[in-house]
Design a protein around this ligand. Structure first.
Ligand code: HAM
Length: 429
């Protein structure tokens, strides 16, 4: 058997491929990226790109040492049998904050809105919608603590969903409070779980020491049963006055703008850098545990990475998950378009001329040509297979007179166009 791709990765395939499903359709990917780009650029977000691998220390400090991502899911980069402490990035936020600090982006007008898209890597247990290489669209805003920025970020996610035409999406909104609120909550959780420590999974016993909140995020059935049994109070009960006021304002804006949301009093995100506003978007077609996207405020992250205090907030969508949601809603969208014009020569002497005419036409439109001479019937069949709108065959008569006989493949109508006027024809076609 020929070599296979690694587990948990996907090939993005051209339209018409025999194994095509929506979540691997390259043109569907581009459609989602383009939709997000349009929404984000209208909001003033600028594109940024960072390396696919980073210092492991950046991820450890950024994402957090108690998270599953850092403890179990890191891809380490080896070269010459050695590794220089690099990992493949599991997400984009820590990298973007690093780039902001390293490149002096603080000089740019604040709040600075940035966006990116690209592959992320997590060595997860593979299942539907859970991959080892997946793709995110990511939006980050640096330099503001204003709740208006939080609400705008959530609105933008909602707007991407709306522009994609998805209807079955729910926003779950919560707050993780300020660091002192979280300390109080962690102290409460430690006291609550300590007498039942023996019933916790090994991982959660470790979480009890490092970061008890992470127990709530546990994938172990036993842990989840204990959480239900103990009737754990939600994080939201522990919000201090300032975090509560901030949270109220975010909700006020969202109501005002008609963005529907449900309060999730015990939202737990899988990354440690969050404080205050945190949210996730869910879709019934993707599964209860699989968010379409999520985000939150991370005012302490820049300092955590060794920089000055820079407040920030952002979100990321999983593109594969958006595609699964589009599939679940039975959304049809057109695949890649075919060429406007397909050209073929009827005899060997004119193959070069057909190619030259096609190259000229490409200045204004998508034009393809046959690499060998074809009989007219075959030429029109080839044009059809490529979903071309027009086709033309060039024989010695057309070559001598400097004209093309262009056939509209929908209506069957033919029309003679002088070569010198081809581009004008293509422009208005
Ligand atoms: P996250 O919740 O870890 O947040 O990931 C965001 C989205 O990426 C998820 O909701 C999901 O759609 C997708 N995703 C995550 N893991 C996988 C996977 N293994 N397979 C397929 N899709 C996946 C972040 O990454 C934060 N950096 C978001 C953020 C930006 N927060 C602030 N700024």
């Amino acid at each position: 058997m020929a070599l296979q791709r690694p587990k948990g990765t996907q090939d993005h395939l051209p339209d018409g491929s025999p194994k095509l499903t929506r979540d691997v359709q390259a043109s569907a990917f581009t459609h989602v990226q383009d939709t997000a780009r349009r929404v984000l650029e209208r909001a003033g977000a600028q594109f940024i790109d960072t390396p696919l691998f980073e210092e492991a220390e950046l991820v450890r400090r950024g994402v957090g040492g108690s998270t599953d991502i850092v403890r179990k899911e890191m891809f380490t980069v080896y070269y010459f049998g050695d590794h220089g402490g690099y990992v493949l990035r599991p997400e984009g936020t820590a990298s973007i904050v690093r780039a902001y600090l390293q490149n002096g982006l603080k000089q740019l007008p604040a709040p600075l809105k940035l966006w990116t898209h690209g592959p992320m890597f997590r060595a997860e247990n593979v299942q539907k919608g859970r991959l080892r290489q997946f793709h995110q669209v990511d939006y980050e805003v640096l330099g503001s603590t204003d709740p208006l920025v939080d609400a705008e970020a959530i609105w933008l996610m909602w707007e991407v969903v709306r522009e994609l035409g998805l209807t079955g999406v729910r926003v779950k909104l919560g707050s993780i409070g300020d660091p002192t609120d979280r300390e109080a909550y962690n102290a409460y959780l430690r006291d609550l779980f300590k007498p039942h420590e023996g019933r916790l999974s090994g991982d959660s016993q470790d979480r009890l020491i490092r970061n008890p909140m992470r127990i709530l995020d546990s994938k172990s059935e036993g842990d989840q049963a204990l959480i239900r049994e103990l009737g754990v109070r939600p994080m939201l009960d522990f919000l201090g006055e300032e975090a509560r006021a901030h949270f109220e304002m975010v909700q006020g804006y969202l109501r005002d703008w008609g963005v529907p949301f449900d309060i999730d009093p015990s939202i737990v995100r899988g990354l440690d850098y969050y404080r205050r506003t945190a949210w996730e978007l869910h879709h019934e077609g993707v599964g209860a545990k699989s968010a379409l996207g999520g985000g939150g405020r991370y005012d302490g992250l820049a300092a955590q990475l060794g920089g000055p205090e820079v407040p920030g907030i952002g979100w990321a969508f999983g593109i594969e998950r958006l595609l699964l949601a589009l599939e679940a809603e039975g959304m049809a969208f057109p695949g890649a378009e075919g060429p406007l014009l397909f050209l073929a020569a009827m005899d060997e002497e004119n193959v070069g001329l057909a190619a030259r005419v096609a190259l000229q036409g490409r200045r204004v439109a998508r034009v393809e040509f046959a690499y060998r001479a074809l009989k007219p019937g075959n030429a029109f069949r080839e044009a059809d297979r490529r979903h071309a709108r027009y086709a033309a065959v060039i024989g010695s008569d057309e070559a001598a007179r400097g004209v093309l006989n262009i056939k509209n493949l929908n209506s069957g109508e033919g029309r003679e166009v002088p070569l010198a006027e081809l581009n004008a024809f293509l422009e208005q076609a």
